[in-house]
Design a protein around this ligand. Structure first.
Ligand code: MGD
Ligand code: MGD
Ligand code: MO
Length: 789
């Protein structure tokens, strides 16, 4: 029974813990190398040098600023009053990557066959530089050869016309602007399909399926300013130091106000441990990093449903005890009574769940969970932040809904300083779903599109990422058009998918830099190079700007700043219009050329299609901090089937309903990103936060597991997936490295470990590949199979 007897002591600890005082368990390495700081400054300098982009350094002043450009890296909120440099180390890397002076010219392609390029690594391919001209694969020489834009469009249009539209796929990676995305979904629907998978199918699709059932919206409910009002922040499976570093500023401010930050993550991530603001001279010169997490719980990967169940159980037990004593409980009874549905059933499940099962599945002790619950119960406004650590699991939906349940217990929804905060990935991934990039017809404004453009949009469900992969394996896909991204490298089951891919007749990649998706191609294959968001986009009516939606549902404008990498490049809207004109019959209600000449006409069409969200888009997108999409949760209006916020009972506490139980020799692999990458783009091999230096082919393992399994640090091992579907999935030559992860778990890098993920191993409702709990077994690598690097 927990009566919060030592709450005072804890309270005192958290309120008085000066933000610069280190938590007791910090390792020597963590004390010496905070995130941010000089390491960050050095990394910024070296990427600009590596990409020979020093002459563009001034452009950084315009990043994430009014009248500047929206960063091409992550989608974190852009403040109304920006810092002098509203950028982070990884934002600079992404900008430098786009502004590189290196070029992948026709001469380069003439010198290297595709077969040869397939032997190159991800870093080497992208490092060739920006693509400059449209290219077509030539069967006889096995090289990409230049082709004119007009021929490329005509040939792509002619190919597509011969195919049943529903046998083709139009993929989008989350960087494309609102304007581009809107045109692209219209092109797909006018041609005749809803096969619009996007990167969010591998990412926050779990959010889009889980949150509407819980609270009635598919996106996060907090604004940046809520971080100033929160008095406790919970962090589940998101790594801000690497993946959304500008978020460290509000977190640092919160810590300075004494706000406790409680982290659940199997791996001690540097950015969640401590931070030196590289933009603060005082901090850079001093010796006082801000210690971010006040509690750090190294949950087993996949153990969050159990951990969250434990937190809820602590709250219920405390509340029961208080009410027995006639004192005030810790649940927000009034909120639950007025605003929630399903509490009784949920509470019964929580009470029935045993501490044994909670401790076993979460890998955390009851005492540790009580520590966290006590701090949570004291706070008046709490934000629950999460990322891929919750979404990329077989039970990802349960993970997200359990976090909602915990927040609902104390009314932490729809009030200032409180709510749920999924940290989205790509810079406009949220926005492109909002304007209709979705395989689910009910999420796109089809009736309105039909009226606006005088056509009959297809009404049947299209294919999302995993469906597309299954269809490719069956040989059912005729064409794959890709608006950005590196699909073949980002998806699971790499080996089988690469073998099946050439069954596709036509592949079209609209890209900025060379990647593996250009090399695993169809019989007829095109690379169409486009200008990036940092670059000036001049069209017939003059320079053009574009719009995006950030992680907090705010829309922003963005102006390109520098001359395009090559005069031969076209903008994404111009490329889509080129294909559309070659493919579709003329439509008096849609003048593609007029849209390309003046993007405000595309925005006007978006405003007309989705007036509630986007009315007056062209004007409002310049509002400082962006304009917010309507957010009913903020007014405690719940657009769910019950009309209330729903407590939802998870199906089980176990990680994987249908993979074999984790035995003594079976480890749980979770794949993560390094400081030196943006998804499949590998800027540098080094991961300076995790001290991984000369290879990404590593497995970060618990010291006791290494000994137990008969290995030693530095050994090379083969990892194979332990499932019973008869497929062999193996990655060879991974270097064992001792790391502070829970026994039984192991971390490896995405995308190197993707061949280990079975295609069917995805979240149950959202179909997001379960990249964070893959059952694997290790064996020593035979010397003949050791890789070169
Ligand atoms: N620099 C940089 N920025 C990026 C990206 C990039 O690659 N590089 N990618 C962008 C994209 S598309 C996305 S989606 C986001 C991704 O950003 P994140 O959501 O931060 O994604 P990951 O790094 O994959 O994993 C997040 C964290 O989850 C932890 N974790 C793993 N398994 C579990 C678990 O079972 N439970 C819990 N509680 N934690 C777990 C990992 O240790 C890791 O710290 O970042 C975006 N921003
Ligand atoms: N094992 C494992 N697998 C994962 C994940 C994981 O955590 N673990 N994460 C998943 C997630 S969250 C995501 S979002 C996906 C990422 O999947 P994708 O979004 O498909 O992949 P990216 O690596 O972001 O795509 C990089 C390429 O985009 C192109 N590009 C860059 N900028 C532009 C531009 O402005 N316009 C155009 N047209 N092209 C551009 C460049 O050619 C570059 O090579 O991967 C998923 N896969
Ligand atoms: Mo993502």
């Amino acid at each position: 029974m927990n009566d919060f007897a030592h709450v005072d002591k804890l309270e005192q600890l958290h309120r008085t813990l000066d933000a610069t005082e280190q938590p007791p368990e910090a390792s020597e390495d963590e004390r010496e190398h905070p995130s941010g700081g000089w390491g960050s400054a050095k990394a910024v300098g070296s990427i600009l040098f590596q990409e020979r982009a020093m002459r563009h350094v001034g452009v950084l002043l315009h990043q994430n600023k009014p009248k500047g450009f929206a960063c091409v890296s992550c989608s974190w909120a852009k403040p109304g009053k920006p810092h002098p440099l509203e950028v982070c180390e990884n934002g600079v890397k992404a900008t430098a990557w786009e502004l590189t002076t290196r070029r992948a010219t026709p001469a380069f392609f003439a010198e290297h066959t595709v077969t040869e390029l397939k032997t190159w690594g991800d870093h080497e391919l992208e490092e060739v530089g920006r693509l400059t001209e449209p290219m077509r694969w030539d069967k006889h020489t096995d090289t990409y050869q230049p082709v004119s834009w007009e021929d490329a469009f005509a040939e792509i249009g002619a190919e597509l016309k011969l195919m049943p539209p529903k046998s083709t796929v139009f993929y989008t990676s989350g960087r494309a602007s609102l304007e581009t995305s809107y045109m692209y979904q219209l092109l797909a629907r006018m041609y005749g399909h809803n096969n619009l998978p996007d990167s969010s199918n591998m990412c926050h699709e779990t959010t889009s399926t889980a949150l509407p059932e819980s609270v009635g919206v598919g996106v996060g409910t907090v604004l940046l300013e809520d971080f100033d009002k929160a008095d406790c922040i919970l962090f589940f499976g998101q790594n801000p130091g690497v993946n959304s570093p500008r978020m460290l500023h509000p977190l640092q401010e919160a810590r300075k106000r004494g706000v406790p930050i409680i982290t659940f993550n199997p791996l001690r991530e540097r950015g969640l441990v401590n931070f030196v603001n590289p933009q603060s001279p005082a901090e850079m010169l001093g010796d006082n990093p801000t210690w971010i997490s006040t509690q750090y719980h190294q949950v087993m990967p996949g153990g969050d449903v159990a951990a969250l169940m434990g937190l809820c159980k602590c709250l219920l037990e405390t509340d029961d005890a208080a009410k027995q004593d006639g004192t005030e409980g810790v649940l927000d009874d009034a909120f639950i009574a007025e605003h929630c549905h399903g509490y009784t059933e949920f509470a019964a499940t929580v009470r029935q769940t045993t501490w044994d099962s909670i401790e076993r599945e979460s890998g955390l002790t009851r005492a540790a969970l009580q520590d966290a619950a006590e701090v949570y119960a004291q706070a008046k406004a709490v934000i629950g932040v999460y990322g891929m650590g919750l979404t990329q699991h077989r039970h990802g939906t349960d993970n997200v809904q359990m976090l909602c349940n915990l927040l609902l217990l104390r009314g932490n929804m729809g009030k200032p300083g409180a709510g749920i905060c999924p940290v989205r990935g790509h810079s406009n991934v949220q926005g492109q779903r909002t304007v209709g990039i979705t395989e689910k017809p009910e999420l796109a404004p089809l009736d309105q599109l039909a009226k606006q453009f005088g056509f009959e949009p297809p009404r049947d469900k299209g294919m999302a990422t995993v469906d597309v992969c299954e269809a490719v394996l069956k040989g059912d896909i005729r064409a794959f058009v890709s608006l950005g991204g590196n699909f073949i490298r980002a998806i699971p089951e790499t080996d089988r998918m690469e073998a099946a891919w050439p069954s596709i007749r036509l592949t079209v990649q609209i890209s900025t830099r060379l990647n593996r998706a250009h090399l695993i191609h169809g019989d007829v294959a095109y690379i169409l190079p486009c200008i990036g968001r940092t670059e000036k986009d001049i069209q017939a009516s003059g320079p053009q700007c574009v719009a995006m939606e950030d992680s907090t549902g705010c829309m922003h404008g963005s102006w390109g700043q520098v001359a395009p990498a090559a005069p031969t490049l076209r903008s994404e809207p111009a490329i889509i219009a080129g294909i559309a004109k070659a493919l579709l019959p003329r439509n008096p209600k849609l003048d593609w050329d007029a849209w390309v000449a003046d993007y405000s006409k595309i925005r006007a069409a978006i405003s007309e299609s989705l007036p509630e969200i986007f009315h007056d888009l062209s004007d409002r997108m310049w509002q400082p901090g962006g304009f917010r999409r309507p957010m009913p949760v903020a007014d405690r209006v719940w657009k769910t089937k019950t009309g209330k916020a729903n407590f939802l009972v998870p199906k089980s506490l176990t990680v994987d309903p249908d993979t074999p139980a984790y035995g003594p020799d079976i480890l749980r692999l979770f794949t993560v990103r390094s400081d030196g990458q943006f998804n499949t783009t590998i800027y540098t091999i080094e991961d300076r936060f995790r001290n991984v230096v000369d290879t990404r082919r590593v497995l970060l393992m618990n010291a006791a597991d290494i000994v137990r399994l008969g290995f030693k640090d530095g050994d090379l091992v083969d990892a194979s997936t332990v499932v019973t579907d008869g497929q062999l999935r193996r990655v060879s030559g991974l270097r064992v490295m001792t790391y502070d992860v829970p026994p039984g778990s192991v971390a490896g890098y995405f995308p190197e470990c993707n061949p280990l993920i079975p295609l069917w191993h995805h979240a149950e409702t959202s179909k997001v590949p379960a990249a964070k709990s893959i059952p694997i077994r290790l064996a020593a690598t035979a010397p003949a199979h050791a890789p070169i690097h």
